[in-house]
Ligand binder design. Structure first.
Ligand code: SF4
Length: 333
């Protein structure tokens, strides 16, 4: 293997493998790890996110594979999900550079509705046009940056050609899982539209490797804003020291620490859950240690809600899968 192979994202994907050893877990939630990902397994916080764990099969009350009813949201137009009037999400890929063990779509990705054909894309564009309040389009999956440059640009250019569209957000984890994917050529083409933003996910400071920092710098230098949506994960980042290290490293990399999400009520992640009271305490402790620009908002994505809910407004409650709102927490007061 030569350095140029290591820095080639397609080489990394061609040499990705399952981890193996826990066939029962992999049968349900397969693993997928590139050589780059494997090189980071020396860090416990990254191992926990990428290596299958028997605890993924522990049944947990009040969870399901699709608490946000993604399948229902996409019923109106293939591959398009709309929960909010001003935004839509387009599913453009169902592959990722790593199968995160805590992924909120871990039970959905395999047979997700993905826009692959020109007809499907034309229908999605038609749907947006018919909804003139939509100004912000998220390209998600899976990871949109695992597509070839030409395919990504087809999506971006077709969408930004609509006068109503002000923002196209690329929801990608390649900055932390496959940073060599962020090539100069791709960044240059994305920057040309002046409407592209990047949403990414870093969950621990160890993920900010020299390669990751360089990928973040390419976007920042090109004027593409990058925001980080962290997931609060037991063992990975559930201490104020770890969160401080992460948020300060993000700020040094010119990435805005934007949200910290508490885990969604999905199956297979019980071992990652941080109790709500602890999450609330962590947010307060972090606010005492770091300046506002590096302080993310701690939120919950509540099924049925029209907005992200600040966790300080929540109190622990029980919920039932039989309840169509599927709410694991209650709003206070
Ligand atoms: S990159 Fe995102 S969508 Fe893909 S497995 Fe990880 S969390 Fe899920």
């Amino acid at each position: 293997m030569e350095t140029r192979d290591w820095n080639n994202w397609k080489w990394q994907l061609r040499h990705a493998q399952r981890i193996g050893g826990l066939n029962e877990v992999e049968a349900r939630y397969p693993s997928f790890l590139t050589p780059y990902g494997k090189s980071l397994l020396k860090y416990r916080a990254i191992r926990l996110q990428s290596v299958p764990d028997r605890r993924e099969l522990i049944p947990e009350a009040d969870t399901c594979t699709d608490p946000f009813r993604e399948k229902t949201f996409s019923a109106k137009c293939y591959g398009v999900k709309q929960r909010f009037p001003d935004r839509v999400l387009l599913m453009v890929n169902n592959r990722c550079a790593m199968n995160c063990r805590h992924c909120t779509r871990k039970g959905l990705l395999a047979d997700a509705e993905v826009i692959r054909t020109d007809d499907q894309l034309a229908n999605a564009i038609g749907y947006i046009r018919k909804h003139p309040r939509v100004r912000d389009v998220l390209l998600s999956g899976g990871d949109p940056l695992l597509l070839d440059d030409s395919r990504i640009l087809t999506f971006v250019n077709r969408i930004t050609a609509l006068p109503q569209i002000e923002v196209v957000r690329l929801c990608t984890r390649v900055l932390s899982t496959l940073p060599m994917r962020v090539t100069d050529a791709l960044v240059r083409k994305l920057a040309a539209s002046r409407k592209v933003w990047v949403n990414t996910q870093f969950n621990c400071a160890e993920e900010l490797t020299p390669e990751a920092i360089s990928a973040c710098a390419k976007f920042a230098d090109a004027g593409i804003p990058v925001s980080c949506q962290t997931v609060l994960l037991k063992g990975v980042n559930d201490s104020v020291t770890k969160l401080f290290a992460l948020c300060s490293a993000l700020q040094r990399a010119r990435v805005r620490p934007y949200y910290v999400f508490v885990c969604d009520p999905i199956e297979g992640i019980s071992h990652f859950r941080v109790p709500l009271e602890k999450a609330q305490r962590l947010e307060q402790q972090l606010a005492e240690r770091i300046g506002g620009l590096a302080l993310p908002r701690f939120v919950a994505d509540l099924p049925g809600s029209k907005r992200k809910i600040p966790i300080q407004q929540l109190s622990a409650g029980s919920f039932s899968i039989a309840d169509p709102t599927h709410q694991p927490w209650r709003l206070r007061g």
